[in-house]
Design a protein around this ligand. Sequence first.
Ligand SMILES: [Zn+2]
Length: 284
Amino acid sequence: MSTVSGSLADTEHRDAAEQGGGSKLGADVFDWKIIWVPFVAMFAFYSMIRVYEQIYGFSAGLDSFSDEFKTYWLSVLWIELPTLGAAFVGVMAYLWKTRDRDLANVTPREEIRRYFVLMAWLTAYATAVYWGASFFTEQDGTWHQTVVRDTDFTPSHILEFYLSYPIYIIMGCGAFMYAKTRLPFYAKGYSVPFLLFVVGPFMIFPNVGLNEWGHTFWFMEEIFVAPLHWGFVFFGWFALAVFGVSLQILGRLREVIIASGLEAKCSFNEETSPLPAGAPAAAE
Ligand SMILES: [Zn+2]
């Protein structure tokens, strides 16, 4: 352990010298690209989807029995569902297959890098939840107030329920799986806040089934506060578990930063903190 942290500290000194900076993290530990690339990619993808809806929503999407509905909307449904199903299995299988089988010997610097990757996963998850549970969900309400209902497979639903929801589920489960397979803290058991953070928004997806069933049998006002919609809000609030996840990440990061020797270059004052300096050792 001591030799590991010693060599890490040396590496860090070299990095800092090369960059001419004090507390800068090397690009091998954190690169902004992992944050903004998924963010921009989702923005571009969903903007494109929204333009498609603008063009074909009203012109081809109002009658589910029409031929143009089959051409422009049902085809989208038949492409997106199997693709996203396969993507879910693919991402989970990849993360599991490439898991770290020697978590007891992760160096502090590597663990810090993995925490940044986890935060990138969570940023992508938050972005995807915004598009699904906020943007497309709000506009779905507007759609119903304007067009009312035809079937459960309106253009608005084909983009909301069956595209944007599965995408954020993949991101959330991917984030959880990443933590579980690569971070010692999460590998040991199951983090309650992290489970809530992923399972809550996931449950919005099955709740769609109840929602559509209810709308089919009880004709009701298309207002969001209708009791039938409470499930969405209930599960949406599980997103508050992000605070628990953040506390876990920050707590563990602090321990690993101390173990890595990086803390010498950080500005926080160890003397005022409740834990003895250098106490937790990540790789022991
Ligand atoms: Zn709807």
